[in-house]
Write a protein that binds this ligand. Structure first.
Ligand code: NAP
Length: 286
């Protein structure tokens, strides 16, 4: 089978904005042919513009894929495989965040969170696995989060979905090891993308909450994090570096909030850690 221009091939989910869009351009710049998938190709404008500016527009092809439409995932993947001729990197990036206290969030919202962040990721992974196994090489890169390692109040659905991604990825890595397929987790802290405005701000309104005061505090915190979060460039640089690593680790936490949080969780007894988290939140109330 011919390979697309002899270059390595990357398939990315959720490439219309944020990490997915930036990683598509950065990987194209690093020499990959990129199949940039998104659920609505009409929203490819910013990706196109960024690709033009970087001079890599010919190396990025937009593919339509909603990761929750699991009956179409296999055919989309097969079509990309047939046209591109190989697969070197799958970046499971598509995701969003449902916020709210456990009691407040409707069961359908919990399910909606898992349909994208977990089952969508599993479906896309399963669709690419036979091809990677057949090649006996490739990398599956799952974009998790610090929320996959540490919980935070009022983010239960998101935290649970990312913890599920972490457990799934550990299993997958063990299963793929004999086939030369490398499996990694990227675990960013807070970075400036559209995720902060999309779900976390809108899922549960304070007035509808069983914990209105706490919900309002959390919403204010999320708004502020969204405004002051770090430049996603360091996440994108890590994605490109790890993608090219012949022998990657399992986990890549990124950002000082992520690395310090994980370290504290490893070092401190849980009872002390939960007191620190609660103290931090009540400080922000005042
Ligand atoms: N930003 C952070 O601080 C941060 C930190 C840790 C982890 N992450 C993770 O990074 C990943 C990317 O998020 P981001 O921060 O770049 O946010 P973003 O700018 O909102 O990008 C999310 C992308 O996922 C897509 N998406 C959502 N549901 C989808 C579906 N059903 N099918 C296909 N695509 C779908 C979105 O498409 P639409 O444009 O159609 O909505 C968008 O392209 C997520 O997995 C997120 O959990 C982000």
């Amino acid at each position: 089978m011919e390979t697309k221009n002899g270059r390595p091939v990357a398939f990315i989910t959720g490439a219309s904005s944020g990490f997915g869009m930036l990683a598509s351009v950065a990987l194209a710049k690093a020499g990959y042919e990129v199949a940039a998938s998104m659920r609505d190709p009409a929203s490819q404008g910013r990706l196109r513009e960024a690709a033009m500016q970087a001079g890599v527009q010919d190396r990025i092809e937009v593919v339509r894929l909603d990761v929750t439409e699991t009956d179409t995932v296999e055919s989309v993947v097969k079509d990309v495989w047939q046209r591109f001729g190989r697969i070197d990197l799958l970046v499971n990036n598509a995701g969003f965040a449902v916020g709210g206290f456990v009691e407040d969030v409707a069961l359908e919202e919990w399910r909606r969170q898992f349909e994208t962040n977990f089952f969508g990721l599993v479906a896309v992974t399963k669709a690419w696995m036979p091809y990677m196994r057949q090649q006996r090489k490739g990398m599956i890169m799952n974009i998790s989060s610090i929320s996959g390692r540490i919980a935070f109040p009022a983010m239960g659905p998101y935290v649970a979905s990312k913890h599920a991604v972490e457990g799934f990825t550990e299993t997958l890595r063990l299963e793929m090891l004999p086939y030369g397929v490398r499996v990694v987790l990227i675990e960013p802290g807070s970075y400036k993308t559209e995720i902060w405005g999309k779900g976390l701000q809108s899922t549960v309104h304070a007035e509808a909450s069983a914990y209105p005061e706490s919900m309002e505090t959390i919403r204010r915190m999320v708004r502020r994090i969204g405004e002051t979060a770090a430049d996603p460039k360091e996440v994108i640089d890590t994605i490109v570096r790890v993608a090219q690593s012949p022998s990657p680790k399992l986990r890549y936490p990124i950002g000082k909030g992520a690395t310090s949080g994980i370290l504290l969780k490893q070092l401190l007894p849980w009872k002390l850690l939960e007191r620190i988290i609660h103290k931090n939140i009540s400080k922000k109330k005042g």
